[in-house]
Structure formats: structure tokens, C-alpha cells
Design a protein around this ligand. Structure first.
Ligand code: FPP
Ligand code: MG
Length: 323
């Protein structure tokens, strides 16, 4: 199941693309525009803006200029946060192209990330609405806090599952939640339905991050553009790892090859997928009763369908070779 295959969403996403390009290129300084545009057009699934469009449509709201701008702001915040993430990770490549920190140096990358985040906030305030701008500003605070928690726990072998969950709720799930909430606000959905959409978005965001963390350990070798166990190498003990440690307290002793050798990949895949399927059930049952049954069904099936895609990736033959 793919939101982009729904014509109204595909059409909305084309407009979102134009708006992101315009916002990313709106600096008085051409060098900032060039760099921001490069990041924006490096690719990406546009999952968050698709969620915004789907939510609006599900509530019976056509994606007007405000909805399109809100969706573009969400994606701009995502892209800006990745610029900061790459800077913090010292990453040299993302989506097959050099990162801004590798290309322009740390200081310029830092302020270009700042520009993208701030530009999204300004557009939300001036071209969407104050309530939407408030949600996005609060989400940006959560992103920073979630990332801080991850940083504070680097190489902490005592990291708890609760701490990891709190971190990913802030760094990833909050923006998925906001993708849905801003659309519910634009559609003037009732408070109870907004809260239901927020719960859906947050759970989907958790699934997205937990599966990203799983793929770091269990994707076919070479398919992620980084080596297996990169998170462990960086000192990030993710939820799939911490859930395994609960059954094997010595798991994190020793160096990364030793940890990887101790991990039973089939077991970690099975455990993580089951955990995510439970979250997907929670997401589906959080959804409100919508006016548009077709889009509602797509939203309901989306988290499970994403889990199925990742499950399939972990089963590809290259994985067996990697094991
Ligand atoms: C990617 O996850 C990173 C994030 C989801 C968020 C990063 C957030 C920040 C750097 C805070 C930004 C600051 C503000 C003010 C918003 P990952 O590192 O797990 O995945 P990756 O494999 O894509 O790097
Ligand atoms: Mg990262």
C-alpha cells in the first residue's frame, strides 16, 4: 500500500514539491539556496507530507494552499534536521550524495540546517496558521530533545528501553505525529479526532524509526549505504538491541564485531517485527471514523504494509550471505 499511488495525493505532492523548492530557495543569499535545494532534491520518500495530505483528504478537506504549505513545512523540518544529524554523526554521504558538512564544512552546514528549520517555522506562521506554527515549533523542540537524549546515552550500556523510546518519540515520532496533526487542524477536525490522528502518527513514527534501527542490523549487506552495525559503531544502542539485551545481559560487552557475533539476526528480526506489528494495530485502532473510506483504509493499512516491506527486505538473499 502506497499513499503516493492515490491520485489526489500524487497531485498534492507535486504542489508540495514546488512549495518546498520555493521555501528552500527563498534566502537572499544564493549560496544558502543552492545548498538547501541540493539537500531537498537529494530524494526522499516524502512520507511525512503524504501523511499530511492523506489526513486532510480523509477528513474531507481538499489540499488547499494551507495544507500544501503545512506539508512542505513538515518536510523542510525533516530535511533540516537531517542536515544537523549528518553534522553530528560526521556522515560524509546521505542518499548517495555528499553531506553539506562534508562538502561545505561544519559551520556552513550548521547554519543551513538552521535556515531550513527557521524558514519552515516562518512559512507555517505566515502562510498556514498560528496553531499549525505552534505545533511545528513544539515539534522542533521535541526533535532537539529526542536527539539530545540519544547523544546523552551514547555508549551507555545501561541505556534503558524507556530512554530509547523517549528519544525516538522525540527525534522521529513527533514529526510523524505533527504531519497528521497539522492536517487535522487545517481540516478543522474536532479535538478528539486530532488527538486520535496524533496517536496514529506517533505510533507510525515509532515503527518507522524502530525498523530503521532494525535494518541497521539486519538489512542485506551494502543495501543501506552504510556497514551493518553502524549504530553500534556510533554508540547508539537502539530499541531492537536493548530488547535483545533483556534476554542476554552480556550482549553489549566487548567490541562491535563481538556484539554482532552474539546477535541472532533471525531472532532480533522476529522480535522487532512483532513489536512493530503491535504498534501498527494500536495505530489502526487510534484512527477516527473518517468521511472518506478509501483514504481511511489506506491510512489503516499503511503501518502494516510498511512493516511487510521491511520484513521482505530482511529476507533478501544478500542478507543470508551477510549472516
Ligand atoms: C535521523 O535518524 C535523524 C532524526 C530523525 C532527527 C535528528 C534530529 C536532530 C539532529 C535535531 C535537530 C535539531 C533541531 C533544532 C530540530 P537516525 O540518525 O537514526 O537515522 P539515519 O540513519 O538517517 O542517520
Ligand atoms: Mg543519523
Amino acid at each position: 500500500m502506497d499513499l503516493q499511488s492515490i491520485p489526489a495525493i500524487a497531485d498534492g505532492l507535486r504542489k508540495v514539491e514546488n512549495t518546498i523548492t520555493r521555501l528552500g530557495g527563498s534566502s537572499a543569499l544564493p549560496a544558502i539556496n543552492e545548498a538547501a535545494e541540493r539537500v531537498i532534491h537529494a530524494g526522499g520518500k516524502r512520507l511525512r507530507p503524504a501523511l499530511t495530505l492523506a489526513t486532510a483528504l480523509a477528513f474531507g478537506k481538499k489540499p488547499d494552499r494551507r495544507v500544501i504549505t503545512a506539508a512542505a513545512c513538515v518536510e523542510l523540518i525533516h530535511a533540516g534536521s537531517l542536515v544537523h544529524d549528518d553534522l553530528m554523526d560526521g556522515a560524509t554521504q546521505r542518499r548517495g550524495i555528499p553531506t553539506l558538512n562534508a562538502d561545505l564544512g561544519h559551520s556552513k552546514a550548521l547554519v543551513i540546517g538552521d535556515f531550513m528549520l527557521a524558514r519552515a517555522g516562518l512559512a507555517a506562521l505566515t502562510a498556514v496558521s498560528r496553531p499549525v506554527a505552534e505545533v511545528l515549533a513544539a515539534t522542533t523542540v521535541e526533535l532537539a530533545e529526542g536527539q539530545f537524549l540519544e547523544t546523552a546515552d551514547l555508549f551507555n550500556r545501561e541505556r534503558t528501553q524507556e530512554s530509547a523510546l523517549r528519544s525516538i518519540t522525540g527525534k522521529t515520532a513527533a514529526l510523524f505525529r505533527a504531519s497528521c496533526t497539522v492536517a487535522a487542524i487545517c481540516a478543522r477536525a474536532e479535538a478528539q479526532d486530532r488527538a486520535r490522528m496524533a496517536a496514529y502518527g506517533e505510533r507510525f513514527g515509532l515503527i518507522f524509526q524502530i525498523l530503521d534501527d532494525l535494518l541497521d542490523l539486519a538489512a542485506p549487506a551494502g543495501s543501506m549505504g552504510k556497514p551493518t552495525g553502524h549504530d553500534l559503531e556510533q554508540g547508539v544502542y537502539t530499541l531492537p538491541v536493548l530488547r535483545t539485551r533483556a534476554k542476554n545481559p552480556q550482549l553489549l560487552d566487548g567490541d562491535v564485531p563481538a556484539i554482532l557475533a552474539r546477535l541472532n539476526r533471525a531472532e532480533i528480526v522476529e522480535d522487532t517485527l512483532a513489536y512493530c506489528r503491535d504498534l501498527a494495530d494500536q495505530a489502526a485502532s487510534a484512527l477516527p471514523a473518517f468521511r472518506e473510506p478509501g483514504i481511511a483504509a489506506s491510512l489503516r493499512g499503511l503501518p502494516h504494509s510498511y512493516i511487510d516491506q521491511v520484513a521482505e527486505m530482511t529476507r533478501r538473499p544478500a542478507l543470508r550471505k551477510a549472516i
